[in-house]
Design a protein around this ligand. Structure first.
Ligand SMILES: Nc1nc2c(ncn2[C@@H]2O[C@H](COP(=O)(O)OP(=O)(O)OP(=O)(O)O)[C@@H](O)[C@H]2O)c(=O)[nH]1
Length: 435
């Protein structure tokens, strides 16, 4: 049998496989199959469940959203419906993204060998426990809610996917219910959905045609590579009156009468348009029930993980840098605004130091420059006593203050203050405040 093709090189980061698919497409069963397949190869994965509404999962997740968020309680407390409950649970969970990443990073990196194992002669060989500890996690499996839009189109989904992709090579496994995608129109609907997920997540994608024990996926692969084959299937459906959503063994009110010319030509042109999209995908047929196609799936994962490193990661890093730059610019702008509001220049905030620091922001407004000039003037007049710097910042930046001080001094002299000694600036300020 071929190897899983899954094994990344030693010390490589684990590949994250995010399973996305419509409700009932078989995501959870597929996750279960991947999990047991990897366990049987003695490369146990790290498993995350991000579906807060699932009753039970047939595998043991290492991180389970249900351990942190009580979906039913969220619905009750916030008076939400099922989708709102899932969305809010995901939002709450996304606030812990840093913790989750930290756990993933520590758990998926092998612990260093104990000293005794580095020197086996000393203890007579390495123990089984430390041998297990050496094992590197090669895959992180992520199960998501069946309500695709709640995950893919929400801020929390964005945050979680972004965090995973910034730390590990990440691929999307879009799980499709093959027997329910056998007509040209449902096939096209599914492809458009997959297309929207690809462009939203901007991550490499594998199309997993699941349930191949019920319906073989060869037709789908053909439709994706051969436009004429799709066109022929469309014509067949129109002729037999099966157009419009009839799947194997189903009855449909929309089915009779064949497709309108408009729908047929729309499907035709969409199929042509999607050629470019298809060329970016890996397509595999899988049966989560029997395990058929799982090896092929892991080969596709390996290929897509390499593609992630080669094509997606540089783009991801470029976007991250761009975001960081924008954030920095925004922060500087806000800081400048704040300084203007406080009418304080950068120099005066530096602990009273009047020297221009090398990292100081350039004055953004005329008033900033004016503040600097005034500071210099105050220095020249020598009015500041060492302890009064702070008070200077709040009041005496005003040019008129020195004048007022001189007037007050004059007044005190004229009134013949008997003490006549303490005419310090600090005393003036103190009196002014008391008054
Ligand atoms: N015959 C067959 N049935 C399958 C296969 N995979 C899943 N199923 C069945 O499809 C149904 C739905 O499977 P789930 O794994 O619960 O699907 P899901 O996408 O996780 O569903 P949600 O949790 O509602 O999103 C179940 O009855 C499964 O037994 C398969 O490969 N072959």
């Amino acid at each position: 049998m071929a190897s899983t093709g899954a094994a990344p090189q030693p010390n490589q980061k684990p590949v994250t496989i995010v399973c996305i698919g419509m409700a009932g497409s078989g995501k959870t069963t597929f996750m279960q199959r991947l999990n047991s397949h990897l366990h049987s190869r003695r490369t146990a994965p790290y498993v995350l469940n991000l579906d807060p509404a699932v009753h039970s999962v047939p595998f043991e997740p290492n991180i389970d959203i249900r351990d942190s968020v009580n979906y039913k309680e969220v619905m009750r407390q916030y008076n939400l419906g099922p989708n709102g409950g899932i969305l809010t649970s995901l939002n709450l969970f996304a606030t812990k993204v840093d913790q989750i990443l930290k756990i993933l990073e520590t758990r998926t990196t092998p612990a260093p060998l104990p000293q005794s194992d580095l020197n086996p002669g000393a203890t007579g060989g390495s123990s089984g426990a430390s041998a297990a500890r050496q094992k590197q996690i090669k895959h992180i499996l992520v199960d998501t809610p069946g309500q695709i839009e709640v995950f893919v189109w929400s801020a929390s989904g964005d945050i979680l996917l972004g965090a995973l992709a910034s730390s590990f090579p990440t691929v999307i496994a879009y799980v499709i219910d093959t027997p329910r995608t056998a007509s040209t129109s449902t096939f096209m609907s599914n492809m458009l959905y997959a297309c929207s997920i690809l462009y939203k997540t901007r991550l490499p994608m594998i199309l997993v045609f699941n349930k191949t024990d019920v319906k073989d996926a060869t037709f789908a692969k053909e439709w994706m590579t051969d436009f004429e084959a799709f066109q022929a299937a469309l014509m067949r459906e129109e002729e037999t009156g099966m157009f419009g959503g009839l799947e194997s063994g189903e009855s449909s009110v929309a089915g009779g009468g064949g497709g309108s010319g408009y729908m047929g030509s729309l499907l035709n042109s969409m199929s042509l348009m999607l050629e470019e999209f298809y060329s970016h995908l890996k397509v595999v047929g899988v049966s989560s029930m029997t395990g058929a196609g799982v090896d092929e799936f892991f080969k596709a994962v390996q290929e897509k993980a390499e593609e992630f490193e080669r094509d997606y990661k540089p783009e991801l890093e470029r976007r991250q840098k761009e975001r960081q730059k924008q954030k920095q610019e925004r922060r500087e702008k806000e800081l400048g605004k704040l300084m203007r509001d406080m009418n304080v220049s950068g120099a005066s905030t530096a602990g009273g130091s009047k020297q221009k620091k090398p990292g100081k922001l350039e004055p953004e407004t005329i008033s900033d420059m004016e503040d600097e000039d005034e500071d210099d003037e105050d220095m020249g007049q020598g009015l500041v006593e060492p302890d009064e710097d702070e008070e200077m910042e709040t009041e005496d930046a005003d040019n008129g203050l020195a004048k007022r001080y001189r007037e007050a001094l004059q007044k005190e002299r004229e009134s013949g203050d008997p003490s006549g000694n303490d005419f310090s600036f600090a005393r003036f300020i103190h009196q002014a405040k008391m008054g």
